[in-house]
Design a protein around this ligand. Structure first.
Ligand SMILES: Nc1ncnc2c1ncn2[C@@H]1O[C@H](COP(=O)(O)OP(=O)(O)OP(=O)(O)O)[C@@H](O)[C@H]1O
Ligand SMILES: [Mg+2]
Length: 285
């Protein structure tokens, strides 16, 4: 009797253990399948070099950017920031090394990369004869945002960025700050997984700039990744989780604004930037 009891107890225990095991196996399978579909890094750059005839714009750059990370790419004029953005945007091919967005190589998986990214280029690209709203809607169409979603999203975004009153004017008549605002909305209208924003807030008034900061923070809070280039150090300090300072195509500093300020005994990021990149100027090179 006792033995029988033990047997049934054993059977029940085994069933329970099997159930538990099944649960664990199920969770592991889900994680495994997720690890196949969700890449570890939003952006991975390895030994990236880009040469234009005699100029080496990007020089053996390696960098990893995580999901949900807001990364500031800083550097003086001509440091290679736009070249990096253009390579990640699939507009330029590397001379050496590799770059991938969500595990898609920017050369061999360019079509996939284009589906994932939203780009605000340094040189605005828009149709002058279309209105601001039409330019943004066109970009949404190209990214196959459903029509009803698109209308609402455009309206909301225009309001947030304070462009609703000028949205139906031809973009060719816009001021510099208005063009940047339209370019930013064109980059973000598809709700991209990865946003590449090359000086998005240049020429913007302080209110518009803060509206763009809010957009960027919203993207980040939704787990998206953002690379932002800027010459406004307070912007980088305010927004970025980490910054990379490049000079002559090389990465010369990497870390959170706070880490870099501590490391270089600086009061703010601007002081870090000047300490690191102003050396050549001071020494008269
Ligand atoms: N198409 C090109 N042909 C030749 N040289 C180029 C080309 N594009 C960029 N360069 C050079 O590559 C270097 C890096 O330029 P890049 O535009 O990437 O700098 P940047 O960091 O974005 O500068 P900025 O802050 O002024 O925007 C510069 O010396 C630039 O002149
Ligand atoms: Mg640039």
């Amino acid at each position: 009797m006792h033995e029988e009891y033990t047997k049934s107890e054993f059977a029940a225990q085994t069933a329970l253990t099997d159930k538990k095991n099944l649960g664990i196996i199920y969770v592991l399978c889900v994680c495994l399948s997720m690890s196949n579909t969700i890449s570890k890094h939003a952006i991975k750059i390895e030994n990236l070099t880009k040469r234009f005839e005699k100029v080496t714009a990007v020089d053996d750059l390696s960098l990893e950017i995580g999901w949900g990370e807001l990364f500031g790419l800083l550097g003086p004029n001509g440091a290679g920031k736009t070249t990096v953005i253009n390579i990640l945007s699939t507009l330029l091919e590397p001379t050496n090394g590799v770059a991938a967005v969500a595990d898609h190589d920017v050369v061999f998986g360019a079509d996939e990369v284009r589906k994932i990214i939203g780009v605000c280029p340094q040189e605005p690209a828009f149709y002058q004869h279309l209105t601001g709203r039409e330019n943004i809607e066109l970009m949404g169409d190209l990214h196959e945002v459903p029509k009803d979603v698109l209308k609402d999203r455009v309206e909301t975004m225009l309001k947030k960025i304070g462009l609703e009153d000028d949205a139906d004017r031809r973009a060719g008549q816009y001021s510099g700050g208005m063009i940047r605002r339209v370019s930013t909305l064109m980059a973000l209208i598809s709700d991209p997984k990865v946003a590449l924003l090359d000086e998005p807030t240049v020429a913007m008034d302080p209110v518009s700039r803060r509206a763009v900061w809010d957009f960027i923070r919203e993207l980040k809070s939704n787990g998206k990744s953002i690379i932002l280039t800027t010459h406004y150090m307070e912007e980088a300090e305010e927004l970025c989780d980490r910054v990379g300072i490049i000079d002559q195509g090389k990465l010369i500093a990497l870390g959170s604004p706070k880490e870099l300020m501590e490391e270089h005994h600086a009061e703010d990021l601007e002081e870090v930037f000047i300490k690191l990149t102003g050396k050549k100027l001071r020494e008269g090179f």
